[in-house]
Design a protein around this ligand. Sequence first.
Ligand code: GLY
Ligand code: MN
Ligand code: MN
Length: 495
Amino acid sequence: MADDTAPRATTNRSTTPGSDLFRDYISSQWAEHPEVLPEPREEAPWAAARRARLSALHRGQRLVVPAGQAKVRSNDCDYPFRAHSGFSHLTGWGADTVPGSVLVLEPAGDGHDATLYFRASAGRDSDEFYANPEIGEFWIGPRPTLAQVGADLGLATRDLADFEAVVGQVDADTLLVREADPDLTRRVDAVRDEADLEAPASELAERVERTDDLARDLSELRLVKDEWEIAQMRRAVAVTGAGFTDVIADLDEIVAHPRGGRLVEGTFNRRARADGNTVGYDTIAASGEHACVLHWTRNDGVVRPGDLILIDAGIELESLYTADITRTLPVDGRFTDVQRLVYEAVLEAADAAFAIVRPGIRFREIHQAAMRVIAERTAEWGFLPVTAEEALQPDAQHHRRYMVHGTSHHLGIDVHDCAAARRELYLDGVLEPGMVFTIEPGLYFQSDDLTVPAEFRGVGVRIEDDIVVTADGAENLSVGIPRTVAEVEAWVARS
Ligand code: GLY
Ligand code: MN
Ligand code: MN
């Protein structure tokens, strides 16, 4: 086993005393910790049903789904840990996942037995709790016990040390989420390589052709959300809306600051943290011409009255489900004529896309519906060297100069959810009730774009909503966050 419990080098700093006397002393005189077992969390039966669906796809195969490890930021400092999305989806363990955990589905009878391996709390008789800054209780807080996590998630649990026996048994019928924990993947492959060396030559060709496609399957398993997930999406959207309202309330301070974009980010993120959540991706606070930079996360611009500010932000809940919302606001509360014209065109594109959403259409048709409006409006304004119909031909696409991104992506536990799903199920896929995705058309006229009149240059608008497909149509989960010109102006004015 890799020595991943050894503390990282901190030799340039004072360290914990190493004498036996100190060790004996600090290990003694601690009160008993009564073990309180929680009720199973609400998500537990939903996660069990997801495991059952995965199990049915892989009869007889051992499935290994690691949560992954914390990633080093620098030296001995890590980024905040976030479990692999597939792991959280199958276990219901979200922001409180213990790093390094692994879910194993072991073939049994017609299905699988699920076991969650994790590093359980260390006793006060070990020196880990005070001497290991990476995982010790004195340093990062206590870990739960095997029984507590077992009760919480409704899963069989075992100590991570026991997972070594599973690694020793991996074979051609073991499927792994390879991307989740690269060190573990290397160790698993090493065991298989050794087995291959011992295999008769006839079997070798088959064995080296490993089909670790579990990441794809886990992405596809998430294409249709269950009821619990849709409820999470509603919550994520609601708290994200509150974050936008907080930003509007702070607009005076934001405008007065030389880096107003940073205050937008800070105010939104404060809402996330104060509610016990975080953000699902780096907040985009793009004012003035920065709105034309699709993923502007530097956020160091000044926020000027008379400009638009494009805010693309989403709060991720402790369950890891995230919203992904964009609103474009007039900083001083009133759209100019040009800003309104552009805004209304983008809104028309969003509404045209939403109008066609229902079970049975193809995902790619949503983008096509939005692009027709974008082509028609930009042609009507005289920006295209061809007609809208000509621009819409696959080899032309002149209007895409002003919107180079796509209109929709699946959304859920990842902001760009289900990314490893096969094209025939995603872009070319047919919509089903329970699918959740964004509709986010935009128009971006770069400040040096000579194809548009001067008054359009530096204007960028995106409107992004989160949509769920229903039995006979669709619901815009974020429709309650102001999105028409009148609603947006009233929203800014109210604050
Ligand atoms: N916030 C990234 C996106 O809208 O896809
Ligand atoms: Mn998006
Ligand atoms: Mn977005």
